[in-house]
Design a protein around this ligand. Structure first.
Ligand code: MN
Length: 287
């Protein structure tokens, strides 16, 4: 299905057939708007590569990947440097997956990839949709050096079509004064912490459809240094895994994990954590 076949490795346990699966993993090797260190285009492939090093069974979920049907579609063949065309392609792929009633998991790449994905998710689920955003950064800039389509502006762009009252931001500890002022009136932002505010929010969401976008830099660089814009003062790897367990009760309808940059990732610890998070999300998926 629609993906380049130059891939060597797929996410562990991936089945071979798109049509017989309930969950679809897509790699998005895009890092064209990164504000600091580029390299996230290599994220998806590294995460797949290290995924074979972890178990298919999860103790916390008490489930195994063997019980799930998912397909790793490989990496999108993006026109490098062309942001608009790349975003269109990502959106089209997401649209197809949603139309086929499958659960999309996108692996970045930079955070801007979430914009066309969440647009398509919103088109399907409408105003009932809830967005959970885990990140060190607010991503609410009006623009970045004049560029509206930037990974530093992704959540701001999303508030232009989706009511910000349905967006919940966790772990945020970096941004401009303007971004925090904007958040006060337009989104639900929880500074520094992840797990405690998340538990409160989860109890209010009920059965509404929930899309989760997770920037790996929400986790402290001590645990996840392999990212383009690391930001000290984040949560632990244990906490983020507990967060995934906490949201597993919700009506999850899609997920993306972005900003893993293997070139800065000593001992692949960031990619490994990402693989483990993705495993837990696959297991949390009701399909
Ligand atoms: Mn970030």
């Amino acid at each position: 299905m629609f993906i380049k076949e130059t891939l060597h490795t797929r996410f562990m346990g991936s089945l071979d057939n798109y049509s017989q699966t309930d969950i679809v993993i897509v790699g998005v090797p895009m890092d064209f708007t990164c504000s600091f260190r580029p390299g996230t285009r290599f994220g998806p492939q590294k995460i797949r590569e290290v995924s074979i090093g972890i178990e298919e069974y999860s103790i916390s979920m008490n489930k195994s990947l063997n019980d799930k049907k998912y397909y790793d579609a490989g990496d999108l063949d993006l026109p490098f440097g062309n942001v608009d065309r790349s975003l269109d392609m990502i959106g089209n792929v997401c649209k197809q997956i949603l139309k086929d009633d499958k659960f999309p998991i996108f692996i970045g790449g930079e955070h801007l990839i979430s914009l066309p994905i969440i647009k398509e998710v919103y088109n399907k689920y409408g105003d009932d949709l809830v967005i959970l955003h885990f990140d060190a950064h607010a991503d609410l800039r009006e623009n970045y050096i004049g560029e509206c389509n930037s990974h530093a502006s992704v959540i701001r762009r999303i508030t232009e079509f989706l009511n910000g009252k349905n967006i919940f931001q966790f772990g945020i500890r970096s941004g401009t004064k303007e971004e925090f002022n904007f958040a006060k009136n337009n989104t639900n932002m929880y500074l520094f912490d992840v797990l405690d505010p998340l538990k409160e929010v989860v109890s209010q969401i009920g059965r509404r459809p929930v899309y989760v976008t997770l920037d790996i830099d929400v986790i402290d660089p001590a645990f996840a240094n392999g990212t383009g814009t690391p930001e000290p003062g984040g949560c632990t790897s244990k906490e983020i895994l507990q967060a995934i367990l906490t949201i597993s009760k919700l009506n999850l309808i899609g997920f993306d994990l972005v900003e893993v940059s293997p070139m800065y990732d000593q001992s692949d610890r960031t990619a490994l954590l990402a693989a483990k998070i993705i495993r837990e999300v696959i297991l949390a998926c009701k399909k």
